[in-house]
Design a protein around this ligand. Sequence first.
Ligand code: ACO
Length: 336
Amino acid sequence: MYNSKITGLGKYVPENVVTNDDLKEWMETSDEWIQERTGIKERRWIDPKTSDDTTSIMGAKAAEIAIERAGLTKDDIDFIVFATLSPDMYFPGGGVRVQEILEMDTIGAIDVRNQCSGFVYGLSVADQFIKTGMYKHVLVIGSENHSGGLERSTRGRNVTVIFGDGAGAAVLSREEDNSKGILSTHLHSEGKYAKELALEGPSTGRWVDAIMEENDPDDVSYYPYMNGQFVFKHAVVRFSEAIVEGLQANNLQKEDIDMLIPHQANLRIAQFIQKKFRLSDDQVYNNIMRYGNTTAASIPIALTEAWEEGKIKEGDNVVLAAFGSGFTWGSAIIKW
Ligand code: ACO
């Protein structure tokens, strides 16, 4: 059995910055409300007038950087794992689009549908392929184009102000030293809460035809719905559990954490976790202020920035933790 380690990281965010004040064009909200409740100051939203970015294109851009930083070329990659809740098309998924955009050989590509936990799930999938010896280099991408599908009105504001667009990518490569790289991943789900944070239609449960036939002006099932406070309460519990589970599996204490990268759902959640685990500001990386919640892209974007800023060093214990729609949650413990 091998370990896998992250050998390259990359990120891409659209150029168009949307500040909290900019949102007032569409809805009743305020910079004060958004910052106080979420910590977000601005986010990136693709501007279709000036950019042809899509979920797959952004993912491919982040992937190119990650591959180059790994010292590899696209031809060295054996497999693609693509995590998103906002694919370019209903089907096929984004992984095959990346294979096409990067002009890769006919390698396999799999899509992971685990929303905010998507990158942690994707990392775990890639890790298993490398552990067994099946693949040597696997590309893991998290990418989201939320802006195209958000309800830009006061009715949708509790969801719309939170989400941003962007992509992050990691190359996972075979590591022969079992004390290094991804030490363990821990994945969970609780489907009974699926509807607390979901986009229900159009889907096989609610086809476009039915939505159009009913023509109900109050039907917003094609916009994401979130029971914010309910999700918040579960998030703080599950984040903590996932971190503790990961530490225990590796005989680590909370004092051993060098860097925690929480999924960027809400700065208040990250601050709660930081306080609970008695971590200093240097031990937790947050960038939700600049990007909002980019769902599957949030951890790889944050991981890339933390690494670029020199905040992750060889030998560090890096903890990734995520919670989101499904509900799904999980963690990854990495010896850098
Ligand atoms: N601007 C101004 N006022 C607003 C806004 C806004 N953008 N949004 C809601 N409000 C108002 C509401 O109408 C409500 O007003 P009322 O009291 O007059 O009825 C009031 O503010 C409070 O609304 P809540 O929804 O109760 O606000 P809350 O404090 O819960 O904050 C938030 C909302 C930020 C969404 C929070 O609940 C949260 O972060 N939840 C967890 C998010 C999360 O972790 N998601 C998981 C990952 S996402 C994924 O997996 C895709």
